[in-house]
Design a protein around this ligand. Structure first.
Ligand code: TYD
Ligand code: MG
Length: 452
């Protein structure tokens, strides 16, 4: 039998290469390619005889998944309405962002609702976890705690105790003695995740895996196991800001793109029930360059402040600095402003920022970004109490966006009295809110900024 060829895998993106290289040509990362043992069922091995699997009709009645709520609303909503039994959830995020804190609070909340919960820490000693629990006021929560990294022992423990929920913090510290590579390597990570996920499905135990996002490639990132789990949540936030956002990027049991907003306090993470009010709380009188964007995050409307600063540049290649938005989107909007409205930004530094450390991904933010840029460049503040939203096409036309009514309703709720929006087929403005519908960007430039 031919010997199965060795396989090389990128620890950053999981791309498979036939030979080792210093740089992964799929994601561009350096020193991230490692050798991995080939799969025993891969090409080059003889197929062995299997047995027929049980097949069933698609129409067979299936009960909706059983869910358990933690009563931490921001957490439950991101899961799609609670924790589904026998599901596998990955919670990724930068080291130190608050994953262990969040999950300790969540697991204590689930235990408080009567679930049998286990928390396995591979990073911290049991005493450290107890100290944190004490600080969070959760020392009395009926959670079983273990500190272990050997997966064989963990699986034996799970088999014996059969909890409803187990948290593994973190998956990168887990190792299987059957795999011949270091903990944190792609091979270990995949094998450990596979063992835990299949245990979850087989025994009806919900598993939450914590995964560190790494930039250096020393340990494999959570992306390589995203496809194995049912739900992928990322816990994000800017250092220096106390807001933390739990974002669903994949969910087999609920809507993706849903977010939960938390605030890191001295006593753990606190839920933020009304994020719009919080993100706008630091706003003073209307200033040039500041625009309030009426956005939608998941199923919820959310207002955020977009800030721009435009200044003459001393550099040959002017700076384009973006925080919280996509920088490619900024380039596109600058190009549209120049080509379709005759407003150049050449020779000017442009700084763009979403206040409060929030990240905005919706194309509907285009018009708010354009208004912030124009307002900063022309040094004209937008009329007070105005929200902005709309997608800009390359022709300069404004495209209608989804959930216009929800955006307007939220704006009115927070005391805004006007909105600048694309032309939508049926404008349904709540009372007291004046909507200015604009066909294209040139119209906005002319009407709002009196330029162009
Ligand atoms: P942690 O949950 O350990 O992060 P991760 O598991 O993602 O690596 O969070 C660590 C940070 O959170 C640390 O910088 C201290 C801060 N923190 C608070 O501000 N308040 C608290 O009550 C707790 C427990 C942590
Ligand atoms: Mg941790």
């Amino acid at each position: 039998m031919a010997k199965a060829a060795a396989q090389f895998t990128c620890t950053e993106c999981g791309a498979v290469h036939r030979k080792w290289a210093g740089q992964c040509d799929a994601c561009g990362a350096w020193n991230s390619i490692v050798e991995e043992a080939p799969l025993s069922t891969g090409p080059g091995t003889r197929p062995t005889r299997g047995r027929a699997i049980a097949l069933g009709a698609l129409s067979a009645a299936e009960a909706p998944p059983q869910r358990a709520a933690s009563r931490i609303d921001e957490f439950d909503r991101v899961l799609g309405g609670g924790l589904v039994a026998a599901s596998a959830i990955l919670v990724g995020g930068d080291p130190g962002i608050g994953k262990s804190t969040l999950l300790l609070q969540a697991v204590a909340a689930f235990a408080g609702q009567g679930l049998n919960c286990l928390y396995i820490s591979g990073e911290e000693a049991a005493a450290q976890v107890r100290l944190r629990a004490d600080r969070l006021g959760l020392a009395q929560a009926p959670v079983q705690l273990g500190a272990e990294t050997g997966l064989r022992d963990i699986l034996a423990t799970l088999e014996a105790t059969r909890p409803d929920l187990v948290v593994i913090d973190s998956i990168q510290t887990m190792w299987l003695d059957t795999i011949d590579s270091a903990p944190g390597s792609v091979a270990q990570l995949r094998a450990a995740a596979h063992e835990l996920v299949s245990f979850a499905k087989r025994r009806g135990v919900a598993v939450i895996l914590v995964g560190h996002v790494t930039k250096e490639g020393q340990i494999a990132g959570p992306r390589v196991i995203e496809h194995m789990v049912d739900t992928v949540l990322y816990f994000e936030g800017e250092r220096g800001h106390q807001f933390r956002i739990l974002r669903a990027v994949k969910n087999r049991f609920g809507p993706a793109d849903e977010i939960g907003v938390f605030e890191m306090t001295g006593a753990g993470l606190a839920e933020v029930a009304n994020p719009s009010a919080l993100f706008l709380s630091e706003r003073g009188t209307p200033a040039p360059g500041s625009v309030v964007f009426a956005g939608i995050e998941g199923t919820r409307p959310m207002l955020t402040e977009i800030q721009a600063l435009v200044a003459p540049s001393p550099l040959g290649t002017p700076r384009r600095t973006v925080v919280g938005l996509d920088s490619a989107r900024l380039s596109t909007i600058l190009a549209v402003l120049e080509a379709r409205c005759g407003i150049p930004f050449a020779g000017m530094d442009v700084f763009l920022n979403v206040a409060g450390g929030m990240r905005v991904q919706e194309p509907a933010a285009d018009l708010a970004v354009a208004c912030a840029l124009l307002s900063a460049r022309e040094d004209i503040a937008l009329p007070a109490e105005t929200v902005v939203f709309g997608e800009i096409s390359l022709s300069g036309a404004l495209r209608p966006v989804t959930q216009t009514e929800n955006r307007l309703k939220e704006a009115q709720k927070l005391g805004f009295s006007a909105a600048i929006a694309p032309r939508a087929p049926k404008p349904a403005a709540p009372p007291g809110l004046k909507v200015q519908q604009m066909p294209d960007l040139a119209e906005v430039v002319g009407q709002i900024f009196g330029a162009g």
